[in-house]
Write a protein that binds this ligand. Sequence first.
Ligand code: FE
Ligand code: FE
Ligand code: ZN
Length: 292
Amino acid sequence: MILGCHVNFTNEQLLGSTKQALSYGANAFMFYTGAPQNTMRKSLDMDLTKQAWSLMKENHIDLKHVICHAPYIVNLANNKEEEKWQFSIHFLKQELKRCKELGVSYIVVHPGSAVGIERETALQTISKALNCIIEEDGVMILLETMAGKGTECGSSLEEIKVILDGVESKNIGVCLDTCHLNDAGYSIQEFDLLLDEVEKVIGLEKVHCVHLNDSKNPMGAHKDRHENIGLGTIGFSALSYVVQHEKLKDVPKILETPYVERAYPPYQFEIESLKAGHENPHLLSDIMNFYK
Ligand code: FE
Ligand code: FE
Ligand code: ZN
């Protein structure tokens, strides 16, 4: 089972992220190279990176299971303000370089929001931007399936397919987010049907990451509010089924569930119950007792 969570990229950079992931019992993890809400980035320290690599090796974390996430303010869909759009492209290019330096193979990117331009045009604009960014032999961009909040693009498999079709390179993949899929109107409870759909529309070989989240909202709500595993509308058994699915066994599953009371990371406990395949009926109180 390749299962981990979102971790911080602190002063110790990738080394700090690795230590944090290990403390949760994760064998995969995802990080932002700085704050997710802005594009200020510090330069990388190769010494820390090398220490991170050896710590991963000692603990059998495969670098292929370490994923980067681009900040959400990057918007490739709208080029009405040419300068902003060019900035997003430039920033992502830099981010790809940083990933390469860190030895990371995948970066998850939100396709973007149409805001004021037509949806079809927005999808084409995303492909156009990606064509400026992707390097044939470089880090692979994974487009994340979105909830469809506001004018978010990529809230259906078909829209993701349209974007992929506009990209010249084959060096592009997809990240499935269970909360987003649920909120977009796909049933995680009928996951085999959903995987058939993914196979038919996109191709399962394109999926290189799964974001494993429960949802605070019912299917089709177009909201995007993540919930702790088992405490939302998707439920433990459906999410446990996703983690254990044979067809996704080589794909890292990454938790992006909320901190309990905005203070306590739930990951150690969520990973433990998902590994065991048994829901922890005392999840929240166990987490709070542990950290208090
Ligand atoms: Fe995301
Ligand atoms: Fe996600
Ligand atoms: Zn989300």
